[in-house]
Design a protein around this ligand. Structure first.
Ligand code: MUC
Ligand code: MG
Length: 387
């Protein structure tokens, strides 16, 4: 048996190439939490959990993730057998309720390390690969119409993206609809458009304005209402014509997935490794989608290439109907922390192969963006803490 020997956890601060504006605020940096995990056979793996805007997207923040890992998750795993992946997840659940982002970062690092120690790609530990590449979407969220249109045109010319997600919900609904309509007119016939409302509307506002957005050319509506508002989501899914409804914040745990499936509350699940609590749980949520005739979308929390590659590994194993992916986090950041990013070719993201997650992390880049370079310490938890 190979044991889990040591974990190191750090928060990075990486600026974005431009402000990224969402319903709940604007971000100009990402602060991913990076976990490095060593096994007793010397193998080592990396994991990541990224939030958006601190605890604005959901309850977890970089600091809470760092705390949960150093204080509770790492100590309960040190000395445990690395091969017993599901048992490791159970131990984390016993030691700590919720904190799904934190758990996902640790599980990701464990899977990377284990796959590397077996000299196989992570997707082999996750059920085997079905998909080698996926159409890659980009989010238009500069907050400025001219800039959004120019950005989309540049992406089209470079053959990088032709699926665009527009972030709305920060302004009055009528202004949002005018903004989206202008973008849709400028790009007509060349693109597919999604809007992500990030929970900003109530049921009545969504019912009033979504038909106009659909009329303007939007064919996918992401999380139009609050996370808790399953009734309104169900109503919109039943009533809206000409577009599909996608759940994001509403679908995190397997129990939430089951509730949405039972209620026929959406057409698509946006799958994200962090909010489901890891790669194994992402597969469980995807299985519920498949069984309920719900499609899936390969979502992002704007991770660096570590989290994005891990997501690509698990997405590459999934069956059922998919609606593309948005693993563009690395491109939104001023720089990456790996030496070999996933390739973008002809509007598609080419999924990585192994060993492990198939990316080589640059220690010098980790150091460059490490929050602790300003005096805080990287926290190391090893066997000594548990014996
Ligand atoms: C979200 O809610 O989908 C994903 C892409 C993006 O631009 O923001 C995220 C979060
Ligand atoms: Mg979303």
């Amino acid at each position: 048996m190979t044991k889990i020997e040591r974990l190191e956890v750090r928060i990075l601060d990486i600026p974005t190439i431009r402000p990224h504006k969402l319903a709940f605020g604007s971000i100009s940096r990402q602060s991913p939490v990076i976990v490095k995990l060593w096994l007793s056979d010397g193998a080592c793996g990396f994991g990541e959990a990224a939030t958006i805007g601190g605890p604005s997207w959901n309850e977890e923040s970089p600091e809470s993730i760092h705390h949960a890992i150093t204080q509770y998750l790492a100590p309960c795993l040190i000395g445990q057998p690395a091969e017993r992946l599901s048992a490791a997840v159970d131990r984390m659940d016993l030691a700590c309720r919720g904190n799904l982002f934190a758990k996902s970062a640790v599980e990701m690092a464990l899977i990377d390390a284990l796959a590397r120690s077996m000299a196989i790609p992570a997707w082999q530990l996750l059920g085997g690969r079905r998909i080698d590449s996926m159409p890659l979407a980009w989010t238009l969220a500069s907050g400025n119409i001219t800039r959004d249109i120019e950005e989309a045109q540049r992406m089209l010319e470079a053959r990088r993206h032709r699926i665009f997600k527009i972030k709305i919900g920060a302004r009055q609904a009528a202004e949002d609809v005018a903004h989206v309509s202008q973008i849709a007119r400028a790009l007509k016939g060349q693109v597919r458009l999604t809007v992500d409302v990030n929970q900003a509307w109530d049921g009545n506002t969504a019912k009033r304005w979504l038909p106009e957005l659909i009329e303007s050319g939007v064919d996918l509506i992401e999380q139009p209402v609050a996370k808790w508002n399953v009734e309104a989501l169900t109503d919109l899914t039943a009533c809206l014509r000409g577009a599909l409804v996608m759940a994001d914040e509403t679908v995190c745990t397997i129990h939430e997935a089951m509730l949405l499936a039972r209620n026929k509350a959406c057409h698509i699940f946006s799958l994200k490794v962090a909010k489901h609590g890891g790669l194994l749980r992402t597969r469980q949520v995807a299985a519920i989608a498949e069984a309920a005739d719900i499609g899936w979308y390969a979502g992002t929390m704007l991770e660096t290439s570590i989290g994005s590659a891990a997501s690509a590994h698990v997405f590459s194993t999934l069956g059922g109907m998919h609606y593309g992916c948005e693993l563009f986090g690395p491109q939104l950041l001023v720089d990456d922390i790996v030496e070999n990013r996933m390739e973008l070719r002809d509007f598609n993201l080419i999924f990585p192969d192994g060993p492990g997650l198939g990316v080589t992390v640059s220690e010098s880049h980790l150091d460059r963006f490490d929050r602790s370079r300003e005096g805080l310490q990287t926290v190391v938890i090893d066997m000594g803490a548990n014996v």
